[in-house]
Write a protein that binds this ligand. Sequence first.
Ligand SMILES: [Zn+2]
Length: 447
Amino acid sequence: MTDVRQRRDPSMRPPLVPLATLIGRELHGDKSEKPTVKCGHHAFAKRGEDYFLVKPDCLRIPGNPSSSFSVFAIFDGHNGVSAAVFTKEHLLDNVMSAIPPGLGREEWLQALPQALVAGFVRTDIDFQRKGETSGTTVTLVVVDGWTVTVASVGDSRCILDTQGGVVSLLTVDHRLEENAEERERVTASGGEVGRLNLSGGQEVGPLRCWPGGLCLSRSIGDTDVGEFIVPIPHVKQVKLSRAGGRLIIASDGIWDALSSEMAAKACRGIPAELAAKLVVKEALRKSGLKDDTTCVIVDIVPPPPDPLILPLSPKKHQNKFTSLLFGRKSQNTAGKHTNKLSSVGVVEELFEEGSAILEERLGKNFPLKANSGPFRCAICQVDQTPNEGLSATVGSYFSPTSKPQEGPYLCVECRRKKDAMEGKRRSRTTVSSNDSVIFQEILLSIR
Ligand SMILES: [Zn+2]
């Protein structure tokens, strides 16, 4: 009773929060304006080639807790674990080092899709230098406030379950069997696509690319398969409504057993840690343990209403505040920032691009140039003297009218990688592959 009387006594009310403080909270990303991120994970290993990453407390600005963001990822390795382990250790650093320092939050989020492309390609180049033959899918999710950015190669899906039970897919499956566009690209770049031929001419299993026999069309690693298996991720960036939502990130062990709707439904209303267990359990119940099965669940939960914040007035201030909260983003001409409402209704779609053509992904307005001069390689971030590197659009493969400084600037090695991915040349001498190991791997993965 004492508490109630105290709340009713005006002299006991806590002080009102001035408008300037409220605006400041939004501008500086005060935690009270940000959703809470809760996560859970669960895995069941068969081959031990799935890895995952959960980093809920990353900082854009070192030492500044209001610049926090979270990162979650799944790496489903094949033909060994070294690519999955290497990518888990280095990918995030490579992405972050491709974002120029000193950007504000909105600029940072706009730079992220291109930095993800640079970081994925750099990690692939660095891994291939090791001369090992394994590969991995990657699905990397960056959650900053209400904005979710997903980059993926391979078939480890990320789905979004929003309030009201609308489930949407934030990734694209890079599986040759299901993706005609990728089949065309691989064939055009020098790969062959077909099923495994058993003795007697019987074709079995899903479509694969040859040499190598991989069912995926994009991955990190796979040095022995061919450069047409590219590490260039599909990237999608969405902004959730203030109702929040749940992300389910999982390896194909889940998605071969459950549809997106089934996975979302299996754990709705259950806290994240237990939800991840339930999704894995449901997949195992449906299909048994056929593959590594890993699930990471991320809940983006609205903050509790702040009793200290009163309705805003007068009206002209309110308009100002509203425009700060919901103001249009400046368009990034290099990417396809759409700002349109997507099929998920209340979720705002900010960006989506899945092209495997590098210069379409590292547009000429790549923000690196503004801060670091024209001669830093857009992929590996190594500074070049003017004569060392080449602009991605220069050379005999492109229009002779291209100007020398158009397109992202690439060092010689990254340029070589780009040409190799497009089937124009090999980036390196092929690592001699152990065919019996590959054949074993193929037999293991036939379902
Ligand atoms: Zn480079």
